[in-house]
Design a protein around this ligand. Sequence first.
Ligand SMILES: NC(=O)c1ccc[n+]([C@@H]2O[C@H](COP(=O)([O-])OP(=O)(O)OC[C@H]3O[C@@H](n4cnc5c(N)ncnc54)[C@H](OP(=O)(O)O)[C@@H]3O)[C@@H](O)[C@H]2O)c1
Length: 240
Amino acid sequence: MGQSIKGKIAYITGASSGIGKATAIELAKQGVNIGLLARSEQKLKDVSERIQNLGVSSQYQVVDISDETQVDNAITQLEGLLGKADILINNAGISTYGNVDEVTSAEWKQIFHVNVFGTYHVTRRVLPHMKEKNQGDIIMISSSNGLKGTAGSTAYSGSKFAIQGMAEALMQEVRPNNIRVFTMNPSLVATELVFGNDLSEKNEDKFMQPEDLAEYIVSQLKLHPRIFIKQSLQWATNPF
Ligand SMILES: NC(=O)c1ccc[n+]([C@@H]2O[C@H](COP(=O)([O-])OP(=O)(O)OC[C@H]3O[C@@H](n4cnc5c(N)ncnc54)[C@H](OP(=O)(O)O)[C@@H]3O)[C@@H](O)[C@H]2O)c1
């Protein structure tokens, strides 16, 4: 039952830290070759070297996914250096906190530029190849905030609700092409997005860790190609 993912090629956005980095490492342990995308070159280089030491191929591209031209160029480069993607993990995202009249208009819009338009830019560039070969896997990282808004998160929740709608519609569009679209909605995960640079705050007994999400991503991808998990929610068991 299920399938091996060894030898496949995965592109991961936001692979320089947190969930994206942990997923890159976990997939590499399964023999998946990895294309890493994010803005921080040194971090990408470090992750890429770590992955190569696990015996798979890895390439990275420095890219701001909110810029469509940069995305087109980065994916073209990855396709040449590594091969075209069998798996796309739409993980890159940013957050801000503050009531609607406190967050600046520029900050508010930037959340949508990265989380919504960035996800669109990468997906539209990678999809034609998946359609051509009539197979592929796309994982969308939305959030518990993409299902339930909370005070102080109009931009973040709005963007994650938008990803929810995009993912649902995309899933319906590409099912006939045997492309599986999985949408994940984690609650709090101990990453820089939540704790900034001070990850000493992350309490491994209480909070979900990026490695937990990575394990779940791998297990979804290993499902038999005839089945996928349309939507899932990841909760910490006892964060109180
Ligand atoms: N942590 C949580 O509690 C939680 C809960 C639910 C959902 N999520 C979602 O999980 C995803 C990953 O977040 P994380 O928690 O792992 O946080 P993280 O450690 O801050 O990772 C975010 C990643 O996105 C990249 N990124 C940000 N802006 C980008 C841009 N313009 N272009 C390209 N890459 C960009 C960052 O890399 P660079 O800075 O190098 O570009 C980084 O690799 C996000 O979509 C987040 O909304 C997180």
